[in-house]
Design a protein around this ligand. Structure first.
Ligand code: 9MR
Length: 450
């Protein structure tokens, strides 16, 4: 699709979105809108998925809903350590293979869940420690990620490694006791085994800015600065009867580190607030260009691990609940196409720099404001750093910037790289963006390599 066509589409979507936001969700979505969760998300360059397990694939009522509504699958249990390596170095791929085959046949993405976790370890691993456990764990990552190489959109490389409560530190576990570097060792092994998969850290109780999410944020920032290959952070979002007011701000601070953010295990306790909470979560994701998708943790209420809490979007008969209507309306109302992930820098091989760079802009404009996503591509010598100059139209101003530092806010504004995205190999690209007031039309970015 041409960029011009994209802009026209975005303008249409934005106008329709404004309309929906002002109405009650009971009204039908606009005629052009998606009519299923996956379809509506795909129109915005995102996925909408569910946890499932191949033992459900013979249930036709269940599969009717799954195949109609979702374009991403997570294996709820079948790709975990106890399922895939029940005896040391003896692998069982059956459930994972079945899920991947179903997804591939229908053009659905797969999130791999999860390579390393303190829970659901096979008995033999629970009994290991020290360097023996470390090498078994890295071998597990390598074997599993290699088996499904090229078939996984994103892997939860490490799951739930941070402690609850106020410490902001790591959870104690047999894996943690092998040394604090076990997480980065896992990410490096996963990257070597499946370089095309996005590599995520995934956790719960990270739904607002709190000690636990800040501990994770600091780890991700450190990984990006040091070139440890992390591409995404998963927010499980197992929610009760409320959602923190800073839910979106928390996602945004991670996105500002240059990683994708994904809602990975969403479910919400049934109650008067259920639809509103689902709406808030969906709206937050759609407002963040690096929020690439949402996964609910099961299809129908009776499929949920939260027995009796009815926390999903379909009742036990497969009927859509009010929460479903709320989510669908938000998907149809929300944001544009998310940009590609910014690759982490590689501090060990600084490029020569000096042979230039180019920049292009994609604009999402609405009445009174806009979001500009910029792509910087290094020339033949790579970059050590870069600056992109953008002259804003009269009356326009920059209100926030991500993945770059801005000089000034009106007239000609210069955006310079931050620590993790300045070094680009020849031909490598990275992305940054800014939000502005007024009109952003006609901006022509010019890039200088430093
Ligand atoms: O939903 C999963 C349930 O069927 C399993 O019994 C349980 C085992 O620990 O894991 C559940 O899924 C968890 C996920 O893997 C990680 N985040 C929390 C999920 C809910 O407990």
């Amino acid at each position: 699709m041409s960029r011009k066509r994209t802009l026209q589409l975005m303008a249409t979507i934005t106008a329709a979105g404004a309309l929906v936001a002002g109405m009650t969700v009971a009204l039908a979505p606009p005629a052009s809108a998606g009519t299923t969760l996956g379809g509506a998300a795909a129109e915005k360059g995102r996925y909408f998925g569910t946890a499932t397990d191949p033992h459900m694939f013979s249930n036709s009522a269940y599969m009717t809903v799954l195949n109609r509504e979702f374009n991403q699958l997570t294996n709820e249990n079948g790709m975990k350590w106890d399922a895939t390596e029940p005896q040391r170095n003896q692998f069982n791929w059956a459930r994972g293979d079945q899920l991947v085959a179903h997804a591939q046949a229908r053009g659905m993405r797969v999130r791999g869940h999860a390579l390393l976790w303190h829970a659901q370890q096979p008995g033999w691993a629970q009994n290991l420690s020290g360097s023996d456990l470390r090498s078994a764990a890295i071998n597990h990552v390598t074997q599993v990620a290699s088996h499904w190489r090229g078939k996984i959109y994103a892997w939860d490389v490490v799951n739930e490694a941070f402690a609850d409560g106020g410490s902001g530190g790591r959870r104690d576990s047999n894996l943690q006791r092998t040394g604090n570097d076990w997480i980065e060792a896992a990410f490096r092994a996963a990257d070597a085994a499946d370089p095309g998969a996005k590599l995520c850290y995934n956790d719960y109780n990270t739904d607002g800015i709190n000690a636990k999410s800040t501990g994770i944020y600091n780890m991700v920032r450190d990984f990006r600065a040091r070139g440890v290959p992390i591409d995404c952070v998963g927010f499980q979002s197992h929610l009760g009867t409320s959602v923190p007011g800073d839910y979106q701000a928390n996602l945004q601070r991670f996105a500002d580190l240059g990683v994708e953010v994904q809602i990975t295990e969403l479910d919400v306790q049934q109650g008067s607030n259920q639809a509103n909470i689902f709406r808030t979560v969906t709206r937050a994701c759609m407002a963040i260009s690096r929020c690439t998708g949402i996964t609910v943790w099961g299809v129908r209420d009776c499929d949920s691990w939260r027995t009796g809490q009815n926390p999903l979007l379909f009742d036990c008969n497969g009927n859509k609940k009010p929460a479903y209507d709320a989510v669908l309306a938000e998907l149809n109302a929300g944001g544009g196409t998310p940009p590609a992930t910014t690759p982490p820098g590689n501090p060990t091989t600084p490029p020569a720099g000096g042979a230039g760079c180019t920049a292009s802009v994609t604009l999402n404009q609405w009445t009174g404001g806009f979001v500009a996503n910029l792509r910087v591509t290094a020339g033949s010598a790579g970059t050590r750093g870069w600056t992109v100059a953008v002259t804003l139209p009269g009356g326009a101003s920059v209100t926030s910037t991500w993945s770059a530092t801005a000089s000034g806010s009106t007239g000609t504004v210069r955006f310079s790289n931050v620590s993790y995205n300045g070094q680009l190999a020849p031909g490598q690209a990275t992305e940054f963006g800014f939000q502005g007031n007024g009109s952003g039309s006609g901006m022509t970015p010019s890039c200088t390599a430093t």
